[in-house]
Design a protein around this ligand. Structure first.
Ligand SMILES: NC(=O)c1ccc[n+]([C@@H]2O[C@H](COP(=O)([O-])OP(=O)(O)OC[C@H]3O[C@@H](n4cnc5c(N)ncnc54)[C@H](OP(=O)(O)O)[C@@H]3O)[C@@H](O)[C@H]2O)c1
Length: 248
């Protein structure tokens, strides 16, 4: 009798790519659980069983993998979810579980772009010292407090949930969930009078419209480069992940 390993996949999600993978995995009838961090009030429903909340560090994740007999972990988190990705590498190493990351290429400079690169959020905050500007701060909710160190600017924030309070004295919040189109972003940025865009280099298509608009309007972008992660298997499409699951 052949000893076939029947996949029981854990998808670390919270991205468009993870959602596409969940759909494909459900269609293939592969057993899998989709994991959300629990950052947004009503996460998108998935065609797979969903669990919500942290695991408790790499040790908690290792425990989860053992408890639920997970055979494969697919890290389809956002490129800036570096802690989760590091925990996945460590937990899969200790439990000897195959791990692949479903990644997207970083955005690359195009002719007409004016990007100032910074290595991380702290450097982006430092780079904002100076005169007041109208800033489209497209970094999500988690790091807004860091930007309280530069309260002189008028910030445009686009967030998934309406925040109860804001650490920035001078800010306008638009509640919306991507993907965003170029015409929407153009209208938003013109209305706000945006002079500078601050963006994480997320890659992918869902959030890139603001960069296309910045190029068209001749606006500078403060581009926060991706965190560097340890070596891991990286796949760039859902088809590659399905192939990896069938030939681990
Ligand atoms: N960072 C972004 O810009 C961004 C943008 C869009 C979507 N997201 C999504 O939002 C989630 C949180 O991102 P983050 O940057 O806050 O992550 P992070 O800083 O790397 O993670 C912090 C902690 O949150 C928990 N966590 C993160 N992702 C999880 C998941 N998919 N399932 C269960 N627990 C998770 C883990 O807690 P424990 O240590 O307790 O396990 C992790 O150590 C991720 O799922 C990511 O894909 C992030």
């Amino acid at each position: 009798m052949t000893n076939l390993l029947i996949p029981n996949v854990l998808i670390l999600g919270g991205t468009t790519e993870a959602n596409a993978l969940a759909k494909a995995i459900a269609e293939q009838g592969i057993a899998a659980v989709y994991s959300y961090a629990g950052r947004v009030e009503s996460p998108r429903p998935q065609p797979l069983p969903v669990r919500v909340g942290g695991f408790g560090g790499s040790e908690g994740l290792a425990e989860y993998i053992r408890k639920y007999a997970v055979t494969h972990v697919v890290d389809a988190t956002h490129p800036f979810a570096a802690q989760m990705s590091r925990n996945a590498i460590e937990a899969c190493r200790t439990t000897q579980t195959p791990l692949a990351a479903l990644t997207r290429a970083a955005w690359a400079l195009q002719p007409g772009d004016t990007w100032h690169h910074v290595p991380d959020i702290a450097a982006a905050v430092d780079a904002l010292s100076g005169d007041a500007q109208r800033v489209f701060l497209a970094v999500g909710r988690m790091h807004l407090e860091d930007f309280a160190a530069q309260p002189q600017h008028h910030y445009l924030l686009r967030l998934v949930d309406d925040p109860e309070s804001l650490p920035l004295p001078n800010a306008e919040v638009v509640v919306a969930r991507g993907p965003f189109t170029e015409s929407e972003d153009r209208a938003l940025m013109l209305r706000h009078g945006t002079q500078l865009v601050v963006s994480k280099n997320a890659g992918g298509s869902g959030a890139r419209a603001k960069l296309d608009v910045a190029r068209a309007l001749g606006l500078p972008v403060l581009m926060i480069d991706r965190p560097v992660l340890p070596q891991r298997t990286e796949l760039s499409s859902v088809a590659q992940v399905l192939d990896w699951l069938s030939h681990p």
